[in-house]
Design a protein around this ligand. Structure first.
Ligand code: GSH
Length: 212
Protein backbone atom coordinates (compact mmCIF):
# COMPACT_ATOMS: atom_id res chain seq x y z
CA UNK A 1 0.00 0.00 0.00
CA UNK A 2 1.34 3.45 -0.89
CA UNK A 3 2.26 5.69 2.06
CA UNK A 4 -0.40 8.29 2.84
CA UNK A 5 2.32 10.84 3.54
CA UNK A 6 4.56 12.34 0.87
CA UNK A 7 7.54 14.63 1.47
CA UNK A 8 8.77 16.64 -1.50
CA UNK A 9 12.37 17.85 -1.44
CA UNK A 10 16.00 16.72 -1.48
CA UNK A 11 17.97 14.57 0.97
CA UNK A 12 20.57 17.25 1.62
CA UNK A 13 18.10 19.97 2.64
CA UNK A 14 18.15 21.03 6.29
CA UNK A 15 14.39 21.57 6.31
CA UNK A 16 13.54 18.35 4.49
CA UNK A 17 15.69 16.55 7.05
CA UNK A 18 13.72 18.18 9.88
CA UNK A 19 10.43 16.91 8.45
CA UNK A 20 11.80 13.43 7.79
CA UNK A 21 13.30 13.23 11.29
CA UNK A 22 9.93 14.17 12.79
CA UNK A 23 8.19 11.46 10.74
CA UNK A 24 10.71 8.78 11.62
CA UNK A 25 10.70 9.68 15.32
CA UNK A 26 6.88 9.39 15.27
CA UNK A 27 7.06 6.10 13.35
CA UNK A 28 5.10 7.45 10.36
CA UNK A 29 5.94 5.89 6.96
CA UNK A 30 6.30 8.34 4.09
CA UNK A 31 7.18 8.49 0.45
CA UNK A 32 10.05 10.85 -0.45
CA UNK A 33 9.76 12.64 -3.81
CA UNK A 34 12.90 14.35 -5.10
CA UNK A 35 12.61 18.02 -6.01
CA UNK A 36 15.74 20.01 -6.83
CA UNK A 37 15.06 23.68 -6.18
CA UNK A 38 18.65 24.57 -6.98
CA UNK A 39 18.42 23.23 -10.55
CA UNK A 40 19.61 25.80 -13.09
CA UNK A 41 16.13 26.02 -14.53
CA UNK A 42 14.72 26.70 -11.04
CA UNK A 43 12.06 24.68 -9.24
CA UNK A 44 9.73 22.69 -11.54
CA UNK A 45 6.62 24.75 -12.38
CA UNK A 46 4.26 22.11 -10.99
CA UNK A 47 6.13 22.18 -7.67
CA UNK A 48 5.27 25.87 -7.24
CA UNK A 49 1.65 24.80 -6.90
CA UNK A 50 2.69 23.04 -3.70
CA UNK A 51 5.18 25.63 -2.42
CA UNK A 52 4.70 28.99 -4.17
CA UNK A 53 8.04 30.34 -2.85
CA UNK A 54 9.96 27.50 -4.48
CA UNK A 55 11.45 26.26 -1.19
CA UNK A 56 11.63 22.69 0.05
CA UNK A 57 10.00 20.79 1.71
CA UNK A 58 6.37 20.48 0.74
CA UNK A 59 4.16 17.88 2.38
CA UNK A 60 0.96 15.98 1.62
CA UNK A 61 -1.14 13.70 3.85
CA UNK A 62 -4.23 12.04 2.39
CA UNK A 63 -4.68 14.93 -0.06
CA UNK A 64 -4.00 17.62 2.58
CA UNK A 65 -1.17 19.83 1.31
CA UNK A 66 1.06 21.88 3.56
CA UNK A 67 4.27 23.90 3.36
CA UNK A 68 6.49 25.63 5.96
CA UNK A 69 8.44 23.24 8.13
CA UNK A 70 7.13 24.64 11.42
CA UNK A 71 3.54 23.99 10.31
CA UNK A 72 4.39 20.58 8.86
CA UNK A 73 6.22 19.31 11.95
CA UNK A 74 3.50 20.50 14.34
CA UNK A 75 0.89 18.86 12.11
CA UNK A 76 2.86 15.59 12.13
CA UNK A 77 3.12 15.72 15.90
CA UNK A 78 -0.60 16.38 16.37
CA UNK A 79 -2.01 14.16 13.60
CA UNK A 80 -0.15 10.92 14.29
CA UNK A 81 0.34 8.57 17.22
CA UNK A 82 3.82 8.02 18.54
CA UNK A 83 6.01 9.90 20.99
CA UNK A 84 5.05 13.58 21.43
CA UNK A 85 7.53 16.04 19.92
CA UNK A 86 6.12 18.99 21.88
CA UNK A 87 5.95 19.17 25.69
CA UNK A 88 2.49 19.46 27.22
CA UNK A 89 3.51 21.98 29.86
CA UNK A 90 3.06 25.50 28.46
CA UNK A 91 6.38 26.93 29.56
CA UNK A 92 8.37 24.06 28.07
CA UNK A 93 6.32 24.29 24.86
CA UNK A 94 7.10 28.02 24.69
CA UNK A 95 10.79 27.22 25.16
CA UNK A 96 10.68 24.73 22.25
CA UNK A 97 8.96 27.37 20.11
CA UNK A 98 11.62 29.89 21.10
CA UNK A 99 14.45 27.55 20.08
CA UNK A 100 12.75 26.59 16.79
CA UNK A 101 12.28 30.26 15.97
CA UNK A 102 15.87 31.06 16.94
CA UNK A 103 17.14 28.25 14.70
CA UNK A 104 14.95 29.46 11.79
CA UNK A 105 15.76 33.14 12.09
CA UNK A 106 19.32 33.28 13.41
CA UNK A 107 21.01 29.86 13.25
CA UNK A 108 20.00 28.84 9.70
CA UNK A 109 21.19 32.06 8.02
CA UNK A 110 24.41 32.26 10.07
CA UNK A 111 25.48 28.67 10.70
CA UNK A 112 24.28 27.02 7.50
CA UNK A 113 24.52 29.81 4.90
CA UNK A 114 27.02 32.18 6.55
CA UNK A 115 29.52 29.53 7.67
CA UNK A 116 28.89 26.11 6.08
CA UNK A 117 27.82 27.15 2.58
CA UNK A 118 30.37 29.97 2.41
CA UNK A 119 33.32 27.90 3.70
CA UNK A 120 32.52 24.48 2.19
CA UNK A 121 30.05 24.74 -0.71
CA UNK A 122 31.23 27.95 -2.36
CA UNK A 123 34.90 26.89 -2.70
CA UNK A 124 33.71 23.37 -3.62
CA UNK A 125 32.04 24.96 -6.65
CA UNK A 126 35.20 26.89 -7.52
CA UNK A 127 34.12 30.17 -5.91
CA UNK A 128 35.82 32.36 -3.31
CA UNK A 129 34.46 32.38 0.24
CA UNK A 130 33.22 35.71 1.58
CA UNK A 131 35.32 36.01 4.77
CA UNK A 132 33.27 38.90 6.16
CA UNK A 133 30.12 36.80 5.87
CA UNK A 134 31.84 33.91 7.65
CA UNK A 135 33.03 36.17 10.52
CA UNK A 136 29.63 37.66 11.01
CA UNK A 137 28.03 34.19 10.77
CA UNK A 138 30.37 32.92 13.49
CA UNK A 139 29.42 35.81 15.75
CA UNK A 140 25.70 35.01 15.50
CA UNK A 141 26.49 31.29 15.79
CA UNK A 142 28.22 31.97 19.13
CA UNK A 143 25.08 33.62 20.48
CA UNK A 144 22.96 30.67 19.28
CA UNK A 145 25.29 28.14 20.91
CA UNK A 146 25.51 30.13 24.19
CA UNK A 147 21.71 30.19 24.27
CA UNK A 148 21.27 26.48 23.48
CA UNK A 149 23.80 25.46 26.11
CA UNK A 150 22.36 27.64 28.82
CA UNK A 151 18.80 26.48 28.09
CA UNK A 152 19.81 22.82 28.04
CA UNK A 153 21.41 22.92 31.50
CA UNK A 154 22.35 19.42 32.64
CA UNK A 155 19.61 17.65 30.68
CA UNK A 156 19.97 15.04 27.95
CA UNK A 157 17.72 17.02 25.58
CA UNK A 158 17.49 20.73 24.83
CA UNK A 159 14.13 21.14 26.59
CA UNK A 160 12.82 18.86 29.32
CA UNK A 161 13.23 15.11 29.71
CA UNK A 162 12.44 13.99 26.15
CA UNK A 163 13.13 14.63 22.47
CA UNK A 164 11.32 17.68 21.06
CA UNK A 165 11.24 19.68 17.85
CA UNK A 166 13.99 21.84 19.37
CA UNK A 167 16.40 18.88 19.25
CA UNK A 168 15.35 17.99 15.70
CA UNK A 169 15.86 21.52 14.35
CA UNK A 170 19.20 21.94 16.10
CA UNK A 171 20.44 18.52 14.94
CA UNK A 172 19.67 19.26 11.29
CA UNK A 173 21.49 22.61 11.37
CA UNK A 174 24.47 21.87 13.64
CA UNK A 175 25.54 18.83 11.60
CA UNK A 176 26.15 21.20 8.69
CA UNK A 177 27.78 23.92 10.81
CA UNK A 178 30.49 21.58 12.13
CA UNK A 179 31.49 20.52 8.61
CA UNK A 180 33.23 23.91 8.34
CA UNK A 181 36.54 23.96 10.27
CA UNK A 182 35.63 27.21 12.05
CA UNK A 183 32.25 25.74 12.95
CA UNK A 184 33.88 22.62 14.43
CA UNK A 185 36.40 24.75 16.39
CA UNK A 186 33.68 26.94 17.86
CA UNK A 187 31.43 23.97 18.64
CA UNK A 188 34.29 22.27 20.54
CA UNK A 189 33.98 25.05 23.15
CA UNK A 190 30.57 23.67 24.15
CA UNK A 191 31.22 20.15 25.54
CA UNK A 192 27.66 19.56 26.82
CA UNK A 193 26.33 20.40 23.35
CA UNK A 194 28.96 18.13 21.79
CA UNK A 195 27.74 15.26 23.98
CA UNK A 196 24.13 16.07 23.08
CA UNK A 197 24.98 16.08 19.34
CA UNK A 198 26.78 12.77 19.67
CA UNK A 199 23.69 11.23 21.28
CA UNK A 200 21.35 12.77 18.70
CA UNK A 201 23.46 11.52 15.77
CA UNK A 202 23.30 8.00 17.22
CA UNK A 203 19.48 7.90 17.24
CA UNK A 204 17.99 5.46 14.71
CA UNK A 205 16.04 8.34 13.11
CA UNK A 206 19.23 10.29 12.42
CA UNK A 207 20.86 7.22 10.90
CA UNK A 208 17.78 6.52 8.77
CA UNK A 209 17.78 10.13 7.52
CA UNK A 210 21.48 9.93 6.61
CA UNK A 211 22.56 12.48 9.21
CA UNK A 212 25.94 11.91 10.72
N1 GSH B 1 10.58 28.71 5.66
C1 GSH B 1 10.82 27.49 4.92
C2 GSH B 1 12.32 27.43 4.62
C3 GSH B 1 12.68 26.26 3.75
C4 GSH B 1 14.02 26.49 3.07
O1 GSH B 1 14.63 27.56 3.12
N2 GSH B 1 14.49 25.44 2.38
C5 GSH B 1 15.71 25.57 1.62
C6 GSH B 1 16.47 24.27 1.56
S1 GSH B 1 17.04 23.75 3.16
C7 GSH B 1 15.37 25.95 0.20
O2 GSH B 1 14.38 25.48 -0.33
N3 GSH B 1 16.16 26.79 -0.43
C8 GSH B 1 15.96 27.15 -1.79
C9 GSH B 1 16.28 28.58 -2.06
O3 GSH B 1 16.79 29.26 -1.15
O4 GSH B 1 16.03 29.01 -3.19
C10 GSH B 1 10.36 26.30 5.74
O5 GSH B 1 10.32 26.40 6.97
O6 GSH B 1 10.00 25.27 5.16
Amino acid sequence: MAAAVTVFGADYSVYVRIVRLALVEKGVPYEPVDVDVFAESGPPAEYLERQPFGRIPAFEHDGFRLFETSAITRYIDAAFDGPALMPTDVKSAARVNQIVSMMDNYAYPSMVWGVYVERVEVPGRGGVADEARISSGLETARTCLDTLQSLMGDGSFLVGPGLTLADIYALAMLTYFIKAPEGADLFARYPPLEDWLHRMKGRPAALECGIG
